[in-house]
Design a protein around this ligand. Sequence first.
Ligand SMILES: NC(=O)c1ccc[n+]([C@@H]2O[C@H](COP(=O)([O-])OP(=O)(O)OC[C@H]3O[C@@H](n4cnc5c(N)ncnc54)[C@H](O)[C@@H]3O)[C@@H](O)[C@H]2O)c1
Length: 268
Amino acid sequence: MTILVTGGAGFIGSNFVLDWLAQSNETVINLDKLTYAGNLQNLASLGKDARHVFVQGDFGDAALVASLLTQHQPRAVVNFAAESHVDRSIHGPSDFIHTNIVGTFNLLECVRAYWGGLETDTKAAFRFLHVSTDEVYGSLSKTDPAFTETNRYEPNSPYSASKAASDHLVRAYHHTYGLPVLTTNCSNNYGPFHFPEKLIPLMIVNAQAGKALPVYGDGQQIRDWLYVKDHCSAIRRVLEAGRLGEVYNVGGWNEKPNLDIVHTVRPA
Ligand SMILES: NC(=O)c1ccc[n+]([C@@H]2O[C@H](COP(=O)([O-])OP(=O)(O)OC[C@H]3O[C@@H](n4cnc5c(N)ncnc54)[C@H](O)[C@@H]3O)[C@@H](O)[C@H]2O)c1
């Protein structure tokens, strides 16, 4: 059996690929464009492991994606590929629209064509899991309860708006074409291979170098953080047992600590 992962050389995708291959013998086809955010060194510990097939390319390249699907016949596609840095989206939103919206659309089209041609059993078992962010829900004040899957979408940056658009496309492909999709919306992640310009590594690197620690606004903003490997466990669990067409929030502040990290479910 095989799965196709997009963006598997990035921060979360590479953790997902490493954890997947540590627990399963299923081959991973890893399609990644290797933008500034992708780094094959994240996967160096795999060496020449034949269960990891790396392909450098664009997940929006229909011919490439169609040929990978036909050749490898994956039972699932897990979509991590994205432009992911909020600050970069403010300085240059165009890449975010192109990658996160148009790229996801092209991927969905290829997957729909592939899925439509599968035999009945493999078609029923197939899954498309879209990895998204809780930033699509906007921001919380100090006294607001945690986001749930029924919160309105109120994206506040070009990044979160482009992810919100991709979430809507994924949902529409389920409702319009019956594509067996799952979506996860996770809070901020930290952990191995975190890109150095993101908040936690930046603070550590600056502190070690005796440099100033940059804080937005008045420093009162609150962000939720989840260890990246907990996010990867949640994705594996949703892939295994998620209900088709549903959305799963992962992480986030929780009134009742120690609950399962995947909580409430929004019906399709
Ligand atoms: N980092 C977080 O805290 C966080 C939280 C919740 C959700 N997410 C979501 O998880 C996913 C992964 O986030 P990340 O932090 O690992 O991002 P990242 O920026 O570290 O990695 C993105 C990867 O996608 C690749 N990529 C970009 N454009 C591509 C294209 N056109 N075709 C193929 N590959 C392409 C990059 O080369 C890179 O390897 C994103 O969809 C993001 O929105 C991230």
